[in-house]
Design a protein around this ligand. Sequence first.
Ligand SMILES: *[C@@H]1O[C@H](CO)[C@@H](O)[C@H](O)[C@H]1NC(C)=O
Ligand SMILES: *[C@@H]1O[C@H](CO)[C@@H](O)[C@H](O)[C@H]1NC(C)=O
Ligand SMILES: *[C@@H]1O[C@H](CO)[C@@H](O)[C@H](O)[C@H]1NC(C)=O
Length: 367
Amino acid sequence: MHCFSSTLAALAAAPLLASALPIVNRAASANVVLVFQFANVLQQLEGQFYQQGLAKFQDSDFQTAGFSSGMIATQVLSTIQSDEATHESFIQQTLIDNGATPLTCNFSFDSALADVPTLAATARVVEYIGVSAFLGGANLLDDPIFLDAAASILTVEARHQTLLNILSGTGSAIPSAFDIALTPQEVLSIAGGFITGPCNTGIIPTNPLTVNNTGPISSGTLLTVSATNITGTDGLFCNMIVGGANFAINMPLAQCVVPGGINGPVALWITNDDQPLANDVVYRGSSQQIAGPAIFFVDSQPEMLGQLVRSSPSSSDDASDGAAAAPTPTPLPPNIGPSPDGPSPDDNVIVNGVSSVPATTPSAPSP
Ligand SMILES: *[C@@H]1O[C@H](CO)[C@@H](O)[C@H](O)[C@H]1NC(C)=O
Ligand SMILES: *[C@@H]1O[C@H](CO)[C@@H](O)[C@H](O)[C@H]1NC(C)=O
Ligand SMILES: *[C@@H]1O[C@H](CO)[C@@H](O)[C@H](O)[C@H]1NC(C)=O
């Protein structure tokens, strides 16, 4: 008993922060350093985004933008900002401990911070790529000590994402039983739009893709896109990946219509091939990719939780009133062609069915 209480006393006297870091005195492999350098850039991006957003907008701005209480939004964003700053310090210290110099990058959030609804919509995407990045980087972390440390950040990023889904007003807090993993190249392709000046992680981003549609995207929306590589739609295919699917939903780009049955985040790629991209960072083919991914949200199952914090629709360009009402889901068209069950092209994975490949000629609504 005596011994136990003196241990407690010693613990209480110890500086708390020193024991709060998940890794002590552990040498990182080159892979770990690469992924942590990439995570360092992503954490800077997130931290600075929230910092600038909170500096620009007050409680009253959030209230004017339709939040039932501006304080709810600023409190959530402040908590997230503080977590991101802590993650950044931890990752940078790990890099320094391993003889690497943490990159410092500059970002511009001018358009993302144009107004409160754009801030909220951008934060939702930024936080989702945080989740996707740690998920997709996990297989590169060849030391379980660092993998656990990264995973302990990932779980917190996922909680942030849930709160931002709620703050969107139109989303489900937890829209899917599975999240989408993205490679560092894919994440940097999305994040690159915010980076200004040199920021060389040693990772080459995939060709960035922009979704042209403004306003809410729902079942039946025809998507149009732009990228440096894309002129017209001939020979091009859009690939939508949702959490938990084995493969993308692949459609000709001219008929890139969001099918029914989707709720939550969607990652969109353009390829030059009618073979659906694999939902797997290890086996996803890159040779047929032209541009992407881009992330958008389909809010087909709004929750009352969101309506508690957001009294009006969330879209930055909400032209329609009452946009929070759920669109009527249209059933998925039946599979076409031979069943995609079976081994992947490289024989490395067995695929257990795709139930959501739409027919090649869906009746597209006029744009
Ligand atoms: C970031 O911005 C600061 C201030 O404008 C500038 O001094 C610095 O060189 C920039 N760094 C990079 C990497 O662009
Ligand atoms: C454009 O796509 C082609 C493949 O069609 C690819 O080889 C090329 O690298 C792409 N360009 C960019 C900038 O991604
Ligand atoms: C998408 O937007 C870009 C930039 O505004 C424009 O140049 C392009 O023509 C648009 N593409 C389509 C298919 O609407």
